[in-house]
Design a protein around this ligand. Structure first.
Ligand SMILES: Nc1ncnc2c1ncn2[C@@H]1O[C@H](COP(=O)(O)OP(=O)(O)OP(=O)(O)O)[C@@H](O)[C@H]1O
Ligand SMILES: [Mg+2]
Length: 354
């Protein structure tokens, strides 16, 4: 029995040793596994971190690309606008140049023809005084041409020809001034001349049509001295604001009857004034459709337009804002009441800060 007990105990001890060894091996393996897992977890975290970083980087780059695309769009539209204005300027300058010569011939000769007509009429009167009873043929010719009427009318015709050619000369001069679009340097200029020249170019849109009576332009010019600015660019701003006003008036009139338009005629009011020793102010108002409150914040945004495709690029106001605020250090703002009209107010320094 003792022997048997001993043998069982030895057997048990052996099994115990084996089990302890196995346990130790298992513990070693578990520790190894734990270290492996920790390393893998660390690696995984690192990879996730790197992925997150590259995602942020990608987002940043995407944003950068979007910004670049945006400024490219802006630049393109600005180039189109300035190309448009410079093409208009070149065309206007070309026409002005071509008209200038023939008009000068006429204008230069009117004083001579006027003098000759006066002389001839005086001679005819002298003949009449000394030969009151000319032969029948002369008497009949005198009746045919209605000499009394001719004498009075010839002077009036010459007078209106003179006024007409003077007007054409003024127009040519205005066209020439307007076409100073390429001038990009600052010069002291007459702001009123710029506004008048721009209105002259837009004359065709102010005239009465079979649908609409003429648009009234009311000018209330203050006593401005010359203002140091880029004439071409400032003219471009006047052009943009006035064309928008005309568009708004036209749009408003499509919703009104002829009678309603006659009772409350379309009007553009332009006033200029001196604010103080350093600033001048120009206000251009229309009594057109006005700007709905919901879009007022977007007016100066590039590409914002409410006009049909192909009519507006939505760059007019964005460029005007840039010209006034950035280029001239001025201010451009507007006030609008839907259904009543809109007023754009621009302020520019009389002299540029060096
Ligand atoms: N006087 C105004 N009355 C009513 N709406 C106006 C007036 N001026 C500007 N707007 C509004 O502001 C928008 C933007 O004007 P902006 O001059 O920038 O672009 P546009 O006239 O649409 O196109 P374009 O680039 O050809 O000038 C216009 O589409 C119009 O809705
Ligand atoms: Mg416009």
């Amino acid at each position: 029995m003792d022997n048997q007990d001993n043998s069982i105990q030895m057997q048990l001890e052996k099994t115990n040793r084996i089990l302890l060894k196995k346990l130790e091996r298992c513990q070693n393996e578990r520790r190894q596994l734990e270290t492996d897992i920790a390393t893998k977890e660390f690696l995984l975290k690192k990879v996730i971190c790197e992925l997150e970083e590259s995602q942020t980087d990608l987002q940043y780059r995407g944003q950068e690309l979007e910004n670049t695309l945006d400024s490219l769009h802006k630049m393109q539209a600005q180039m189109i606008q300035s190309e448009k204005m410079s093409a208009l300027g070149q065309m206007v300058a070309g026409i002005a140049h071509e008209i200038n010569n023939p008009v000068s011939f006429i204008y230069g000769n009117i004083s001579h023809i006027s003098q000759y007509t006066h002389d001839l009429l005086r001679l005819v009167q002298l003949y009449h005084r000394y030969f009151p009873n000319p032969p029948v043929e002369i008497q009949s010719e005198r009746k045919t041409i209605d000499l009394e009427f001719l004498e009075k009318d010839a002077i009036m015709v010459l007078h209106s020809m003179n006024i007409g050619t003077e007007r054409i000369r003024d127009i040519v001069l205005s066209l020439r001034n307007f076409s100073r679009l390429d001038e990009s340097e600052f010069k002291a200029v007459d702001i009123h001349e710029g506004i008048d020249n721009t209105l002259m170019i837009l004359q065709h849109r102010l005239k009465a049509t079979d649908k609409n009576p003429a648009i009234q332009v009311i000018r209330d010019y203050g006593n401005l001295s010359h203002v140091e600015c880029c004439a071409g660019q400032i003219n471009q701003v006047f052009m943009n604001i006035l064309v928008n006003a005309l568009d708004a008036l036209e749009e408003f009139n499509t919703k009104r009857t002829y009678q309603e338009i006659r009772d409350n005629p379309s009007r553009i009011m332009i006033s200029t004034s001196v604010v103080d020793s350093q600033w001048i102010k120009i206000a251009i108002a229309d009594n057109g459709s006005g700007i709905p409150e919901s879009i007022q914040k977007k007016i100066f945004n590039p590409f914002f337009t409410t006009k049909p495709v192909g009519k507006g690029t939505g760059m007019g106001m964005a460029i005007s804002y840039q010209i006034i605020t950035e280029k001239h250090g001025g201010k451009l703002e507007f006030f609008s009441t839907p259904g009543k009209g809109t007023e754009f107010v621009l302020q520019i320094p009389i002299q540029q800060q060096v």
